[in-house]
Structure formats: structure tokens, C-alpha cells
Design a protein around this ligand. Structure first.
Ligand SMILES: Cc1cc2nc3c(=O)[nH]c(=O)nc-3n(C[C@H](O)[C@H](O)[C@H](O)COP(=O)(O)O)c2cc1C
Length: 321
């Protein structure tokens, strides 16, 4: 896929650290996610040769087009991190300027960079110099505490050579509270010519269409709305094509949940797969009768066979009412 083809009317899966691993990206792609990103990867950890961190960058050809996302607090470290990740040959890179969590912003990385347009200019300039023709995107919020530098930052990102900009329109200090303000996505479209990917609070197919219509963005990115709900991508695609979507039945949801567990076990081995899978169960079973009991059982089981048995009996009880 040529770089510009990532951006036109595409559905992106947002990076969600702890969730959008190789396995979940595959689930989402199967239902129509066009472009995916790795979870955020610490440039500092790469520089210190942390082997665990490298695992976050692993993917295969079926996982393309994929961007590897890097974070750190200075241009030099971000560039070093990207340099290190080039051996994986992703389709593009992404620079995280949106993460609001304490551990990250206390060092001046993630959304804390939005306080410092000069450093942003240096990061984007040096990344372009390093990458030459390889595309890269920058993922931002609207600012740290306010939108004070928003216009300036969006222009810098274009002027210094990024291929596209991804906007989650909340401030960093807002964390995930309130609503994302899509006016800023529209504002960015007025400010720059590079593609703008809109992100924030797309929970239904209608939300996805509304973001395209209200903001004029080139592509949309879905995060939390796809958790335990990977078929949201196919519903958005149906809606884009004016096709009526088939509703997913409870049985199908449970089957997809089981497939997720099995795929995870193939990739990580049972023990790690079970640990990771537990976080997804509340999302897959949301609203199902007696799902808290199922979650509780799964949280205490350590063998795949037992977990599959418990899910099968849950399925029977849900079907039989
Ligand atoms: C659990 C979790 C982990 C996240 N991890 C990342 C990350 O690694 N990199 C990043 O740029 N954004 C991360 N985000 C932010 C999302 O990519 C996205 O911008 C945000 O959730 C808003 O989109 P949504 O409303 O569709 O979820 C994370 C969000 C959540 C809830």
C-alpha cells in the first residue's frame, strides 16, 4: 500500500497499551480495520536494550499496514528509538504526543510535549531527516491544559515534514473525562493540507459517519469502542456503504471471545494468554446476563480447558435464558 492510501476514508485501530497487541489487532483487522498501530513503545527502553519492549514491535505481513509508535521526551531519543525500530520495516512510524499518564508526562514525554512547540518542531524535523521517504504520523491531543498552542503545533507538524496528523481532541490534563471536542479535528483540516485522522469517542457506526461528516477528516481512528467489539469496524464500513449491518448475536460474541483466547494462547502460550484475556472478558460480555459470575470464575482459573468449559456452560445458560 502506498503511503497516501493509508489516509483516505480508512478505519484505523487506535493504539491501546495493554490491549491492541498482535492478537487483538488481528481480530480487528478481520472485521475491517484498515490500518493499525503498535502499542506505545518507549524509546528509552529500546536505547537500554530492554528485550521485553522489543516484543511490542513484532508483527507479520498479515498485520500490515502497521505503524510502530514511539514515545520519549526529547527529539534525540525519539529519533534513536525510531532508528532502532527500522529493522522491523513497518509501513510507517508514529510519534506519541498524547499519552497523559503520570509515569509518562512526569518525564516530559507524551502529552507533556504539547507544552513545548519548539521541541515538537525539532522532533518532527529530525524524524523526517532520518526517515527520508518513509511515512510517519504524529498523534496529539489539543494541548496540555488548554488549546493555547494548538494551531501552532498543527502547523509545525505539517511544516516540519510529518505525513499526517492524528488528533484525539481532549487536553492532556483532562485524561479521559468529558467528551472529545471534534471541532478541533475540523480546525486542523482548515489549518493543514496533510491528512488528518480523527479520533475520540467513536462508539457506534453512526458516530464514525458523524465524525467524517462533521469534521471533514480523512480517516477515523477507533479505540475503546472496539474493545470486546471488533465488529464495530464492519458496522462502520456497512454504514459507509449504506448497507444495513447484520447484528451480532450473543452466541457469535461468545464465539469470537473464545477465538480471541485461542489465538492469544497460540501467540503467547497459555499462562500469559489467560492473564491478558481476563481484561477483555468484561468488554466481550458487557450486558450479558450473569456475566459478572463468568468474569469471577475466569479470574480464578489457570487452565485453558477449564476456561473454555466455563465459557461453554455460560454460552448454554445465556442461550437457554
Ligand atoms: C487503555 C488505553 C491505552 C492507551 N494506549 C495508548 C497508546 O499506547 N498510545 C496512544 O497514542 N494512545 C493510547 N491511548 C489513547 C487512544 O489511542 C485514543 O487516543 C483514546 O482512547 C481516544 O479514542 P477512543 O475514544 O476511540 O478510545 C490509550 C487509551 C486507553 C484507554
Amino acid at each position: 500500500m502506498k503511503s497516501q492510501e493509508f489516509f483516505n476514508k480508512k478505519l484505523w485501530l487506535a493504539p491501546l497499551a495493554g490491549y491492541t497487541d498482535y492478537v487483538y489487532r488481528k481480530m480487528c483487522r478481520r472485521f475491517g480495520a484498515d490500518v493499525v498501530l503498535s502499542e506505545m513503545i518507549s524509546a528509552d527502553a529500546l536505547i537500554h536494550k530492554n528485550k521485553k519492549t522489543e516484543v511490542l514491535a513484532e508483527f507479520d505481513d498479515a498485520d500490515r499496514p502497521i505503524g510502530l509508535q514511539v514515545f520519549s521526551n526529547t527529539a534525540d531519543k525519539i529519533v534513536k528509538g525510531i532508528q532502532f525500530l527500522r529493522k522491523f520495516e513497518p509501513d510507517f512510524f508514529d510519534i506519541n504526543m498524547g499519552c497523559p499518564i503520570k509515569k509518562v508526562v512526569k518525564n516530559g514525554a507524551g502529552a507533556a510535549l504539547l507544552k513545548n512547540p519548539k521541541e515538537i518542531a525539532s522532533i518532527v524535523r529530525k524524524t523526517r531527516k532520518l526517515l527520508q521517504d518513509t511515512p510517519f504520523t504524529v498523534k496529539i491531543r489539543i494541548g496540555w491544559n488548554s488549546d493555547e498552542h494548538f494551531d501552532e503545533i498543527v502547523r509545525i507538524i505539517e511544516d516540519e515534514g510529518a505525513s499526517a496528523i492524528i488528533i484525539h481532541p481532549r487536553t492532556g490534563s483532562q485524561l479521559f473525562s468529558g467528551k472529545s471536542n471534534w471541532d478541533y479535528i475540523q480546525r486542523a483540516k482548515e489549518l493543514v493540507k496533510i491528512p488528518v485522522i480523527g479520533n475520540g469517542d467513536i462508539l457506534t457506526a453512526e458516530d464514525g459517519i458523524r465524525m467524517f461528516e462533521e469534521t471533514g477528516c480523512d480517516s477515523i481512528m477507533v479505540g475503546r469502542g472496539a474493545l470486546g467489539n471488533p465488529w464495530l469496524f464492519s458496522h462502520i464500513k456497512d454504514e459507509m456503504g449504506n448497507i444495513e449491518s447484520l447484528q451480532i448475536t450473543i452466541q457469535e460474541r461468545i464465539n469470537i471471545m473464545k477465538e480471541h483466547l485461542l489465538a492469544s494462547a497460540d501467540f503467547y502460550g497459555e499462562t500469559t494468554a489467560i492473564k491478558l484475556f481476563r481484561k477483555f472478558v468484561p468488554f466481550y460480555t458487557k450486558g450479558m446476563h450473569d456475566s459478572s459470575h463468568l468474569r469471577d470464575r475466569i479470574n480464578h482459573l489457570i487452565s485453558m480447558n477449564e476456561i473454555i468449559d466455563v465459557i461453554n456452560s455460560f454460552e448454554q445458560s445465556v442461550i437457554n435464558g
